[in-house]
Ligand binder design. Sequence first.
Ligand code: GLV
Ligand code: MN
Ligand code: MN
Length: 440
Amino acid sequence: MFNGREREREREREWEWEWEWEVTRVRVSIDGERLWASLMALAKIGAYQDERTGLWGVNRLALTAADGEGRRLVKKWFEEAGLQVRVDRIGNCYGRRKGRRDDAPVLVGSHIDSVPTGGAFDGCLGVLGGLEVVRTLNERGIETARPIEVAFFTEEEGARFGTDMLGSAVAAGRIPLEKAYGLTDRQGKTVRGELEAIGFLGTHPERLEPPHAYVECHIEQGPILRAAGVDLGVVTGVQAISWQEVTIVGRSAHAGTTPMSLRRDAGLCTARLNLRLYEMATGGLYGELRATLGGLQLHPGMVNIVPGRASCTVDLRNPDDAQMAAAERDLAEFLRALSAEMGVDIQTRQTAKTPRIAFHESVQAVIAAAMHGRNKTHQRIMSGAGHDAQEMAALCPTAMIFVPGEYDGISHNPREYSTPQQCEDGVNVLLDTVLELAND
Ligand code: GLV
Ligand code: MN
Ligand code: MN
């Protein structure tokens, strides 16, 4: 407890710091070249050349050897920046920079795992952007009242174990640790086993103490900001996501001798499902529904055999929860009717499901003010992609910064590209936002 005089002195110190903060607020900017160099260095890990286009992309599926290598590099960078690093039991990695007060930190971050055909920016911009903020503050000797933490979360993509935002969902308490550990990839390898194999099965409790706020800088991964000609986006929330695996069992048979009327063709069923999804997404009945059939496998997959078994994934997105529910209900009805008509068995398994998430107005306001302060044009935008931020939103006030992308914002593709200037602009706004939030 402070006595009266000590409290006065403490208050004076706070004023000095506030004054210093007022001065530094207009002065400090990140090192855009260093940020870019870090992005390009990380992109070398898991790099592959696309056979058709010759472009270089990134294949760093979660918990593979490449992901392990990427994680070790970023962890080393965290340590070199003086961050106190901890790895939790689901492999999420946090680096902490002390504040003057031992209060709840401002958390920034994203993910460094990729889809198998990814680019250099998805997720990495948020993690390396957070690191760049810390490096900048270190260089300038700037302290903050609250601690700052930078995180990368496990298996954000869901591309290997089938459930997206896995690590952040476990940290937020939406998915139990044991359930996450038991998820398997196509070879039957478990999350727990693969965490262990790459040396990232941490010991720190997986449930995250609520941070003061969470901010994520990410590429837009779509065409909206570029088409509008604005510099940056303030993200208002994330649309609802529903993933399921569909397994169809019919009967394999000779392709030359089996009359069309006697077939129970599982492959044909996936084609009809795909067409149905297209009709649902373009027919206007379900609002702004987007629907994608992916991960298609036909068995035995031979030229002269009617496929007896098929499996595929279905990805539905909708900014409206009620319209999403209607689409899911009607799709289930369609599959029941298809099964009866085609004489096949159809099973579905939900692998991921999240509702529409709205980000916190006050964090959005801080981000918008930072963009304004940097003379960057901006607009509010709803995210089409899923993000770790939507899980953190359950724990603390949360919002995101979007950086536009070139080539219609194409992403999950080696062509994914944001310019060095766009990345620098986004991370400067991240810096200003973090400073504002970490000094309140
Ligand atoms: C994450 O990349 C998603 O699928 O939205
Ligand atoms: Mn991402
Ligand atoms: Mn992604």
